[in-house]
Design a binder for this molecule. Structure first.
Ligand code: PMP
Length: 422
């Protein structure tokens, strides 16, 4: 008897491959000897030897977890353990070392929950904006981390874009950026990157931030900060300066609220442990209780409660001043290495007499003025394609993960780039 059943997936089309993950596949399938290949695709920190780095402070935290007989694998609360929430809130919003005078914490006006790293935290906030506010719209930079659009779209928001990058100058397109923000309606959410913008590495200067925040105030926009690279620009505490400013704007009644999604993936090297947080700044402690209840409802239906191994590591590091200090030093090591690799590449390109696409005398000034893990080279898709034939892999938009550069490969990298510039 002929089967009557028809697969419900019969007409399903394959989803497009993730461009960054498929780049890794091409890199792995490249038959060239491993030592010859250069992977500048994935945004994960690598040592001078091109290896992942488990931070010694994290290893110490893990040792303490194993020895701590009070710990177990029970479910933790929907918004994370009270200890995690208290430590992370203090770490993010109460930096007296930084002269932050925000009273928001002591007034009970910040609700924080542990999220599933940065991605999960952004998704929770996206749903919260949709269900908890009157806006249905978020504006994200153009370009932005490729996942931002998908995360907020899947959360049910309308996603629009504001200008960010100026190909002409390899810098920020401030005029257009301000114009685009001005066109938004009061209450609309605007995604702002705290530092080390992905994919461009271009961050607003302090003066440019003043102008951006003036529009946020003028238009009464809802700032949603994404902080995936805290510590990779200037320092763990120093990189919080824009958050301090905006907290004070809320404190002073200039704007009503602010949202933050934060990740420990990069700065603690806890990528696969999926630990981060989301925070909502409210108008009062009673509003905080309402917001917390709504956030719990969102999380409960999405993943019930967060994972608890990565969060235990964060707790062990943040609760001990000595271990926290050690971690901060280790973040400096990562930050300095990335800066050194930018400089080395710049020096090599200049020494080769290769002129870059920028407007400064060498055309490569943007390599060293950009911040963090990513460098937007200004190379065209065609040039990136030619580099791939020489086993040098970066995304088609010319974004290079600086972490993939090492003292051993920078010379060849500069030569290959120079050869596609002619
Ligand atoms: N925001 C930005 C800008 C990112 O680049 C990333 C990671 N690539 C994230 C958020 C989220 O990362 P994760 O979910 O691993 O914390």
């Amino acid at each position: 008897m002929a089967a009557r059943s028809i697969s419900v997936f019969k007409t399903l089309k394959p989803a497009p491959a993730d461009p960054i993950l498929s780049l890794t596949t091409s890199f792995l399938n490249d038959p060239a000897p491993h030592s010859h290949k250069i992977n500048l695709g994935v945004g994960a920190y690598r040592t001078d030897a091109g290896k992942p780095w488990v931070l010694p402070s994290v290893q110490e935290a893990e040792r303490r977890i194993i020895e701590d007989s009070s710990l177990n694998h029970e479910y933790i609360p929907i918004l994370g353990t009270p200890k995690f929430v208290q430590l992370v809130q203090g770490f993010l919003f109460d930096n007296s070392a930084h002269g932050n005078t925000s009273k928001l914490l002591s007034q009970g006006r910040i609700v924080t929950g542990q999220g599933i790293s940065g991605t999960g935290s952004l998704r929770v906030l996206g749903e919260f904006v949709l269900n908890g506010t009157s806006t249905k719209k978020i504006s994200i930079p153009n370009p932005s981390w490729a996942n931002h659009e998908a995360i907020f779209h899947n959360a049910g928001l309308e996603v629009v874009k504001y200008s960010y990058y100026d190909r002409e100058t390899q810098g920020l397109h401030l005029g257009k950026l301000l114009e685009d923000l001005r066109a938004l309606s009061p209450g609309d959410a605007v995604l702002l990157n705290v530092c080390c913008h992905n994919p461009t590495g271009i961050d607003p200067t302090a003066e440019e931030w003043e102008q951006i925040l003036a529009i946020v105030e003028e238009r009464q926009l809802l700032p949603l900060f994404d902080m995936a690279y805290q510590g990779f620009s200037t320092g763990l505490v120093e990189d919080l300066s824009v958050l301090d400013k905006v907290s004070q704007m809320v404190d002073n009644g200039k704007i009503g609220n602010m949202l933050l999604a934060q990740s420990f993936a990069k700065n603690m090297g806890l990528y696969g442990e999926r630990v981060g947080s989301f925070s909502v700044v409210t108008a009062s402690d009673s509003e905080s209780r309402t917001v917390a209840s709504q956030l719990k409802r969102t999380v409960r239906a999405m993943y019930s409660s967060p994972p608890c191994y990565g969060s235990k590591i964060v707790e062990k590091i943040l609760e001990d001043d000595a271990l926290r200090g050690q971690w901060s030093e280790e973040v400096s090591i990562m930050r300095d290495r990335l800066k050194n690799m930018r400089q080395l590449l710049y020096d090599r390109l200049v020494a080769l007499g290769c002129h870059g696409p920028g407007k400064d005398t060498t055309g490569w000034g943007h390599l060293i003025s950009q911040q963090g893990m990513f460098c937007f080279t200004g190379l065209t898709a065609e040039q990136v394609g030619r580099l791939q034939q020489a086993s040098v892999y970066m995304t088609a938009n010319g974004r290079m993960s600086v972490a993939g550069i090492t003292p051993a490969n920078v010379g060849r990298l500069a030569e290959e780039i120079a050869s596609v510039m002619v």
